[in-house]
Write a protein that binds this ligand. Structure first.
Ligand SMILES: [Zn+2]
Length: 176
């Protein structure tokens, strides 16, 4: 953007002199654009710092396996299970069972080391005319499961699993 130094009129193109007052024209960066640029630069700085921290941590892990020690990677998948719900004497399937992510990870060397069920509960109500009263509730219905997976990384397979190591380090520090 351009503006007149004297009357501060703003123009999208440059002139030799201000068409309004003949004053000298200067170029300037509009505030919004400047803020956007600063925000963008701050974002790039932050990303570079995070990448550096992740790279440092991966180098620490490489150092560890180079001394003959193991590193354990953990990752959890959410899998749906084929829960059934009985409603008015008919059985409703909530979701199909799907453990394909576990199968794929298993073929790459991950072990299942734990399962945490995801449950749901619901309150029951009795309807009487326009009114309703609480009538208890049911809870603890398993609707899915979090499967905790473990992969042992050592000196031999460290480079093969660099992507997995990177993902676990970022996930552990809650950065993307
Ligand atoms: Zn002017």
């Amino acid at each position: 953007m351009f503006r007149c130094k004297k009357c501060l009129n703003e123009y999208s193109k440059s002139f030799d002199n201000c068409p309004m007052c003949g004053g000298e024209i200067e170029s300037f960066v509009p505030l919004e654009e400047k803020q956007e640029k600063q925000r963008h630069e701050a974002e790039i700085d932050k990303r570079a710092r995070i990448n550096q921290l992740v790279a440092n941590e991966i180098e620490d892990l490489r150092d560890r396996v180079s001394k003959g020690k193991d590193v354990k990677l953990y990752w959890s998948f959410y899998i749906s299970v084929d829960s059934q719900m009985e409603l008015a004497n008919s059985v409703t399937k909530l979701s199909p069972f799907d453990d394909s992510a576990v199968k794929i990870a298993g073929m790459k060397g991950w072990n299942v080391v734990g399962v945490v069920p995801k449950t749901s509960g619901s309150a029951l109500q009795n309807y009487e005319g326009f009114g309703k009263t609480w009538a208890g509730g049911i809870g603890g219905n398993v609707v899915g499961a979090y499967v905790m997976m473990e992969l042992t990384v050592n000196q031999e397979n460290f480079d093969e699993f660099l992507d997995e190591i990177d993902a676990v380090v970022r996930s552990a520090h809650k950065v993307s």
